[in-house]
Design a protein around this ligand. Sequence first.
Ligand code: HEC
Length: 143
Amino acid sequence: MSGERWVFGVASVLFVFGCASSTAGVSVEQARSASPRGAKVYERECSGCHGDDGGGLSGTPRVMGAGALPLRGASGKLGPLRSAKDVFDYVSSEMPLPKARVGSLPEADYWAVVEFMLRGAGKDVPAEGLSAATASSIVVNAP
Ligand code: HEC
């Protein structure tokens, strides 16, 4: 009995620690379960260049993980990414590369992949997700 309690105690500590560290950090795994459609689009259209977990490959910026999607982009040169709408506008008009493929996804896939990516970057996306109606009010980088 006391052995079971001990195991339960350790499990709860790990659970609490896990939750605390995932709010401070960022979990791409959680983003996958919260935004499954976007995760699929990402895997198909983006991961080859930005990495399976969005960590970036040589020559491509990180798009997920803590600190991803800073105000002026990894290069410091993007128009400011203040809201989810700014990120959507950038991605839907500049990605996926190469140039010939820019804008090639259905609009719904762009929304889905941006939702997934924002979650994977630890940005606050409401539970109901991202849409054209809400994107402007979702803050990605506070002023
Ligand atoms: C063929 C390679 C390639 C593919 C495919 C690709 N990207 Fe990119 N992406 C890049 C490169 C290179 C840059 C850097 C561009 C720059 O700084 O001007 C970039 C920049 C970005 C940025 C800006 C990040 C920052 O902080 O500067 C985002 C966001 C992004 N890509 C998202 C996506 C998404 C979403 C997809 C899939 C729909 C995608 N990319 C597909 C190569 C790619």
